[in-house]
Design a binder for this molecule. Sequence first.
Ligand code: G6P
Ligand code: ZN
Length: 545
Amino acid sequence: MAIRKITVQAYSGQKPGTSGLRKKVTVFQQPHYLENFVQSIFDSVGNISGQTIVVGGDGRFYNKTAVKTIIKMAAAAGVKSVLVGQNGILSTPAVSCVIRKYKAFGGIVLSASHNPGGEDGDFGIKYNVSNGGPAPEKITDAIYAKSQTIESYNISDTDDSKINLDSIGTYQVENTLIQVIDSVDDYAELMATLFDFSQIKQLFASGFTMRFDAMHAVSGPYAKKIIEDILKAPAGTVVNGVPLEDFGGLHPDPNPVNAEDLIFHMNKAGGPEFGAASDGDADRNMIVGPNFPVAPSDSLAILAANATLIPGYKNGISGIARSMPTSTAADKVATALGINCYETPTGWKFFGNLLDADKVTLCGEESYGTGSNHVREKDGLWAVLFWLNLIAATKKSVVQLVNEHWQRFGRNFYSRHDYEAINTDKANQLMEGLRRQLPELKGKVFANYTVKLADDFSYLDPIDGSTSSKQGIRIIFEDDSRIIFRLSGTGTEGATLRLYLEKYEKNPSSYGKATQEALSELISIADKVAKIKELTGMSEPTVVT
Ligand code: G6P
Ligand code: ZN
């Protein structure tokens, strides 16, 4: 075994987005592409020599290859020990859990989250810091800067066949100890400290029916172990539970459009009482009752309002944080509880400082992400267990819990319209057009709506004082309805325009309205202001959730 120094040229475009570097697998397969980025991480995060790091991914195509490369590079960098999930598998929240539990220096998550996988699909890599959360922007910026000037990387020439990921155990690569750990155990142990497992067990014992759709992705082994083995839900409760390298050719994104099979089962007569799904790397969640998908923004608000019913949060929550485009339903709960609700840019990384400083206990995003201070990533299965615990503790159904919440707080009708794979120049033109209009929008009247505030959202982190600007155009009306425009930071093809629509309703007789109908006027205003149809050439959004 020897350490080799490989001379390379930099690749342009290795700029981490909302959640790490995400590209087509074929881009990662270019010579030294992954290695350049890994070396840039190692050179930007402080001295990792002598430290412990965690490595794992969602099992998609290229996962194992990447894990082996990272192990050889970690060995070359003098890392003391690498904790790696068996078969290279660790869900994103599990990486966060393992970093925290073993007080590791940091970790590398291999995933493109909800993006499709397989040879023609996407791959991704992200660095998490010692609190278990995604690296803050100053680190991701440094990684990018390094990737643009890199001239060489170091790697052990150990043969890949010597790097065994299949069985739990330890061995050396160079002077580095490789510890292959069970992918699920540490995470399952953490969940047992937060939720009343015996109460949930009783719920299942009483005949409660559930369908958890793992979407052929990494939540499968976690859900099977916890929901079926530990909580004793009947076998078959978890479906599509074996992670596949291409997620069965499907799009592992838990929303009503991509998890259509779950929706089909939840809509049919005599279907399960409770449905849930998670994404590629198991950090997202969708909660569904019979014929009743729960909006992620509502889910966050409901979890917050009922948190004291759950053992892990029985002493109350210190605050709530939501990303700016997420509906303001959680703000109403915060007001009722007398706690703060923080509004951050899109991206889980912005919650880290607030969680570390105990300013908030729960966080959530409209993009089907919910989580708490138990780790520093959003956590799909955690949210599902929270709902299960809530159902077990209150003996109420999903539909009842949501309806009672609306009765108490009013309903925030909410929808997101995505225009995917549009021409990047057109997308930028659309956003610039909106920016130009900002100074004149205040006071303008559109049908029944008068503009109260129009700006480009900028966030001042109250903990470290950093500012993140240009985080999305907000048009807020007098009645607090909102239209928000952003370009996605996670897509890999052209640009994706996200239009977020929110309308607050406090008349109970209107709570039953169909969402798109309740939002129809706002939808037309958005098109009028941003010229979406004209600029994108698309008459309809690609995805409506
Ligand atoms: C990932 C991030 C989230 C973010 C979501 C959508 O899941 O972890 O924090 O909300 O992507 O991001 P995008 O930039 O595509 O809207
Ligand atoms: Zn994800």
